[in-house]
Design a protein around this ligand. Sequence first.
Ligand SMILES: Nc1ncnc2c1ncn2[C@@H]1O[C@H](COP(=O)(O)OP(=O)(O)O)[C@@H](O)[C@H]1O
Ligand SMILES: [Mg+2]
Length: 377
Amino acid sequence: MVTKRIAVLYGGRSDEHSISCISTAGVLGAMDASRFEAVPIGITKSGRWLVGGPDPRGFRMDGDALPVVEPGEGTRDVVLDPSRGRDGFLVRGDDGSLDSLGHIDAVFPVLHGPYGEDGTIQGLLEMMGVPYVGCGVFASAACMDKHFTKLLLAAAGIPVAPGITVDTRELNLHDPATGEGLVARVREACLHYPLFVKPSRAGSSFGVTKVDVEDPAALAAAVRTAAPHDWKVLVEQGVAGREIECAVLAPRSTDEPAASWPGEIVLDRRSADADQFYDFDSKYVDSAASHVEVPAHLPEETLRRVQEVAVRAFRAVDGSGLSRVDTFVSSDGTVTVNEINTMPGFTPISMYPQAWQATGVDYTELISRLLDGVLKG
Ligand SMILES: Nc1ncnc2c1ncn2[C@@H]1O[C@H](COP(=O)(O)OP(=O)(O)O)[C@@H](O)[C@H]1O
Ligand SMILES: [Mg+2]
C-alpha cells in the first residue's frame, strides 16, 4: 500500500499552544505508520512555521515546563507557495534557498483555539487546495465564537444558556458605574444567578468567571477578566446540570454524522481553590485530578437524547469531519448545548478519542478514518 504523506500542524498562535503539542504527541504516536507518513510542522506562538525541532512525539504535560514550539538548532522555516497546492510546502535553507518538503496529500491541523480552530488555517488550506481534517471555514469560525454558535443553535431550535453579549470596547471597566450598568442589563434580560462570564472567542476556560450573586463590582471584575481574551464577552445564566460531552464524527462530507456514547469528566481530586466548574489545571494539566467516564452514568434514554442533540448541533453549524459537542444535562433531562469544539483535545486520555474508544473505534482507527475521509483516490 502506498503511504500518504500527512502534514501534522501543531503548536500555533493561541493560548492553547501547549495543549496542541500534547494532542500532537498522541496523534503522531497512534497514526498507522503502514498507511501514513507524518510530516510534523510546528507553528510558534508568533506564527512561524518550522520543521526539524524536537520530535513532538516526546512532548509531555508534566512538570512545570509546558511544551512549546521555538526556533532552535536544526529548525528550518517552512515557506508556503499557495499556487503549488500540495507541492507548495517548502523549507528555507541557511543560504535562503528553497527546497520542497515533498508532496503533501492532506493536512491534519491539530491546533486548538484562534488561528487553528477558527477558520483561518482552514481558509489558508482552501486557498492552497490542500485537503484537511476537520470542519471548514464557516463551521470553524462559527464555533470559535460562542456568541455566533448560540445564534445558530437557537435558530435551529436547540436549547442554549440564556445570556447577553457585551462589547467591552464601549465600556470603561474601571468606572464603578459600569458594574451598575451591567447589573441593570442582566436584570433586564431576566438572567438568574449564578452567572458565567466568559470571552466569546477563547478556550480551555481562559477568562471564565462565575458570579454567584448580584454584585456590580464582582460583575465588572468578571468582565475585566474576560476582556483581555476578547472584546466580546458573554454574560450567561448558569445552567444547573452535569457537563456531558459527545464526540461527533463525519469523516466524509457526505457521511451521516455519527455520535459516540456521551461522556463526562469526573473530578477525582479538586485543587484547594476549586470552584464548581472545571478550571484549566484540573482539565488539562493535572491529569491525575480527573478521568473521563464513557458512557456517562445516565439513563440510556438521556444518553440517546444527548447524541441526537449533538448531531443536530453539528448539522446546525454545518460541521464536517469532527467536533465535540459539550452539553449540560439538567436533572429533568433537558439537554442544553454549551459549546462546540471543532478540534477538541486529542491526547489519548482526552474525551474525544476516549468517547470513540468506548463506542468501538480505537485511537488509531479514529485517526485513519478522519484521514481517509479527506484523502482523494
Ligand atoms: N452557562 C453556564 N452554566 C454553567 N456552567 C458554565 C456556563 N458557561 C460556562 N460554564 C462553566 O465554565 C466552563 C468553561 O466554559 P466554556 O463555555 O466551556 O468555555 P471554554 O471554551 O473555555 O471551554 C464550562 O466547562 C462550565 O464548567
Ligand atoms: Mg468548554
